[in-house]
Each structure stands twice: as structure tokens, then as C-alpha cells.
Write a protein that binds this ligand. Structure first.
Ligand code: HEC
Ligand code: HEC
Length: 220
């Protein structure tokens, strides 16, 4: 079943000839897994991508395309699924769709806390070892290639930290940005408990629904 659907998507990509039709591409392809608002679908482990900076989307889709991310189906089946899509895209399609993704409003994850975690310990870890690149509010710093961590779901953040720590992401030749995160995860995230603590703290940095309304009212 899933394969029939994948073949449909890939067929669509191959027959896709326009360069500036990012919105159509998003709706027909990306939304199948990432949702129409880019909110993500936990069932296929596809994260929220709404509002990710254009340059980060291009870097990641290119990494998937070039085999720098998701190249091993056995250790990273989710990345491998995304890589299948990325390989069917032309660079101009990636650029067009990245502009669409960036304009989608941030989707705040429903879950704001992981049960049984020590948020204070997570905060300390974040202040000591993460804030420098991801900024105090986890909104990211594209000058360093560090993406925003707000807007992403807990299960996705945990899965990525686990991949960096287990050397399943960020170890391909030439992936310098990924290598930075491998260093951080191996040196400073001691175990799964510490990983959950820091992710729990990151979740608290998402704007509250009230703040979100204000944000939109200001036209940002
Ligand atoms: C068949 C399902 C599927 C489709 C279709 C799909 N994706 Fe994905 N995508 C995923 C999964 C699963 C992941 C998570 C990979 C991982 O865990 O490393 C992902 C990850 C990503 C990421 C990385 C996010 C991050 O924070 O690093 C980006 C960017 C992305 N997808 C963009 C797109 C775009 C743009 C499209 C449409 C052209 C698309 N995806 C279509 C399944 C899909
Ligand atoms: C030296 C700068 C730096 C520091 C410090 C740092 N990061 Fe990162 N982080 C990055 C970069 C760069 C990326 C993008 C990697 C890529 O391009 O694949 C990233 C990616 C991530 C991702 C994947 C996001 C996604 O959307 O897929 C997570 C999760 C993350 N960092 C969490 C953390 C945590 C938690 C800490 C602290 C323990 C931390 N980072 C410290 C630079 C940094």
C-alpha cells in the first residue's frame, strides 16, 4: 500500500516540469507526510516543518538528496523515506518549495512537557551547551546553520539527538554542520534521561497560544 502511494508521489515529481510552482509541489507531495499546514504527522514520523528558514530547508533536502542524511535504511528508516523524495526533486524545485515552507506559520507542538523529566536540569544543559548556537529562545541562528528548535515535536527532537549521538546523522563526509551536532550530542548529552530533560525544556520555549495570537496580530 505505502509503496503504491510512493510510486504515485515519485511519478508526480518526475512529471513536474515547472520551477515556480512551489505551492503545488508542497500540497501534492510534501503535505502527504508533513500535513497541509506543515504540522507534521507522527504516524510517518514526519516532523512539523512549518516556518523553517528557507536556507535550512534547502540544506537538509540537499543533504538527503546527496546521501549525507538518511542514506542507511537500516539505522535511519525515516531519513531514508525523506531521501527517496529528495532524490526525485530538481534543485529549482527544492528552492521553490523551501520558500513556501518558510512562509507557513509556526505550528506549536501540542505536547509541552515530557512526563517524568527534570526541566530545570534540561534548562541548565541548554544554557551551558545549546544556547550558544540555537539562541536562548531556541529560535535558531542561521548564520551558524543552527535551526530553530521551537515548532518541532518532542519525538522528532529526541529522534534527531539520538541519531547524532549514535552517529546516524552528521557523520557523512562534508557534512560540517551535522558534525558540530555530533560533537555536542556525544560530548554533552550524557544519556537518554539528559536528552529528555533538554527536549522537555525546549518544548517550554514554544510561544503560548496567547503569545501566538499577539504574534500574528503584529503581522509577523
Ligand atoms: C513519504 C513521506 C515524506 C514526504 C512525501 C516528504 N517528507 Fe520530508 N520528511 C519525512 C520524514 C519521515 C522526515 C524525518 C526524517 C528524519 O527523522 O531524519 C522528513 C524530514 C524533512 C526535513 C528535515 C526537517 C528538519 O528539521 O531537519 C525537511 C526540511 C523536509 N522533510 C522537507 C520536505 C519537503 C520540502 C517535502 C516535499 C517536497 C517533503 N519533505 C516530503 C517524510 C516525508
Ligand atoms: C556549535 C553550534 C551548536 C551547538 C552548541 C548545538 N547545536 Fe544543535 N545544531 C547545530 C547545527 C549547525 C545543526 C544543523 C545540523 C545539520 O545541518 O544537519 C543543529 C541541529 C540540531 C537538531 C536537529 C534539528 C532538526 O530540525 O533536525 C537538534 C535537535 C539540536 N541541534 C539540538 C541541540 C541541543 C539539544 C544542543 C545542546 C546540547 C545543541 N543542539 C547544541 C549547531 C549546534
Amino acid at each position: 500500500m505505502i509503496y503504491r502511494w510512493l510510486i504515485f508521489i515519485i511519478h508526480f515529481l518526475v512529471s513536474f516540469a515547472f520551477a515556480d510552482e512551489g505551492a503545488v509541489l508542497f500540497q501534492n507531495v510534501c503535505a502527504q507526510c508533513h500535513g497541509l499546514k506543515g504540522e507534521g504527522k507522527e504516524g510517518v514520523r514526519a516532523p512539523s516543518i512549518a516556518n523553517l528558514p528557507n536556507s535550512y530547508v534547502i540544506t537538509q533536502v540537499t543533504n538527503f538528496h546527496d546521501g549525507k542524511r538518511g542514506s542507511d535504511m537500516k539505522v535511519d528508516p525515516q531519513g531514508a523515506l525523506m531521501a527517496l523524495i529528495a532524490k526525485a526533486l530538481k534543485p529549482e524545485q527544492v528552492q521553490a518549495v523551501a520558500l513556501v515552507v518558510e512562509k507557513l506559520p509556526l505550528v506549536i507542538p501540542a505536547k509541552r512537557m515530557i512526563e517524568g523529566t527534570d526541566v530545570a536540569a534540561g534548562k541548565l544543559l541548554f544554557y551551558e551547551h545549546c544556547m550558544e548556537c540555537h539562541r536562548y529562545n531556541a529560535s535558531g541562528e542561521m548564520a551558524f546553520g543552527s535551526p530553530p528548535l521551537v515548532g518541532r515535536q518532542d519525538w522528532y527532537l529526541l529522534a534527531q539527538l539520538m541519531k547524532f549521538k549514535n552517529l546516524h546523522r552528521g557523520t557523512a563526509k562534508g557534512d560540517e554542520k551535522g558534525a558540530k551536532m555530533v560533537r555536542m550530542a556525544t560530548l554533552f548529552i550524557e544519556d537518554e534521561a539528559a536528552m529528555k530533560n533538554v527536549v522537555s525544556y525546549i518544548l517550554t520555549l514554544n510561544p503560548t497560544p496567547e503569545e501566538e495570537t499577539l504574534f500574528k496580530a503584529k503581522g509577523k
